[in-house]
Design a protein around this ligand. Structure first.
Ligand SMILES: [Zn+2]
Ligand SMILES: [Zn+2]
Length: 144
């Protein structure tokens, strides 16, 4: 059975494929993500860049995150969908916006980060580990 994971932007101008399942999935409540996720947390799935096949040319916006990381966020210039988030310090990893996955069921979060900047009405899953800010270590691949 194939391990392939595919996805696209809202309009379909950008399409992608990975040759492996997500290494980890995080829900992020940082202030930047609340802009990009329309008020909610973003849900980001970590993949190895080496396994990425990309069709189309996403636009990019580079900014410095609260973590101090320089982030390159890539989106479709036609429909505005955010697809990828890339930390300059971790060029081997691509974080995919889970809303763009064909199979969103594989994008269930394994942790919550930047909980301290979530609004008071935010619903944080009590079953997940929570980090108030940026976690010290990169996410570990899920067991199995
Ligand atoms: Zn698009
Ligand atoms: Zn964030």
């Amino acid at each position: 059975m194939t391990e392939q994971v595919s996805g696209r932007c809202f309009c379909g101008a950008i399409r992608y494929r990975f040759d492996h399942k997500p290494l980890a999935v995080r829900t992020c409540w940082c202030r930047d993500c609340q802009y990009l996720a329309c008020g909610n947390a973003s849900v980001g799935a970590f993949f190895r860049r080496a396994g990425l096949t990309l069709e189309g040319e996403p636009a990019a916006y580079v900014s410095q995150a609260a973590s101090g990381n320089t982030m390159r966020r890539r989106f479709c210039a036609r429909c505005g969908t955010h697809l990828f988030s890339e930390a300059e310090a971790r060029p081997d990893t691509v974080v995919v916006r889970v809303g763009t996955l064909e199979d969103r069921e594989i994008g269930g979060p394994s942790s919550i980060i930047w909980a301290a900047s979530a609004p008071a009405w935010a619903k944080l899953d009590p079953a997940l580990p929570v980090c108030e800010g940026q976690p010290a270590t990169p996410p570990e691949p899920p067991p199995g």
